[in-house]
Design a protein around this ligand. Structure first.
Ligand code: 5GP
Length: 114
């Protein structure tokens, strides 16, 4: 298992503002929010990037999306809408090499075309 800041958060070794947790998924607020609501949703399983997801982990990846759905509802942003982003590797600007989904919302986001 490769150690990252997120594995330390999973282990409780460093604090995080946790908004959702179950046996397989953890979600906590981003330390440097890019929107009024900015939550990171991660598998507890050590998966580095989207490139490393295995077919048998498809259900786990679905659970990340379902966690995002629940958190968006809990945060009151479901109806207005939100964005889910997974960065991958260098060109995708992935900094932390533990798979994570960004949930962004709470105001009007810019279109992807800028
Ligand atoms: P990436 O660029 O890898 O997709 O996103 C990594 C995210 O992790 C960034 O948005 C960054 O602000 C967030 N982050 C980095 N270190 C910490 C930390 O120690 N705690 C929390 N809550 N978020 C972090």
């Amino acid at each position: 298992m490769s150690e990252t800041i997120f594995t330390k958060i999973i282990a409780g070794e460093i604090p995080a503002d946790i908004v959702y947790e179950d046996d397989e998924v953890l979600a906590f607020r981003d330390i440097n929010p890019q929107a009024p609501v900015h939550v990171l949703i991660i598998p507890k399983l050590d998966i580095a990037t989207v490139n490393d997801i295995q077919p048998h982990q498809a259900e786990l990846i679905g659970k990340l999306v379902l966690a995002a759905q629940k958190i968006a509802a809990d945060e009151g942003i479901a109806e207005d809408g939100f964005r889910l982003v997974i960065n991958c590797n260098r060109h995708g600007c992935q900094v932390v090499c533990h798979l994570h989904m960004h949930l962004l919302g709470g105001n009007q986001l810019r279109g992807l075309a800028g």
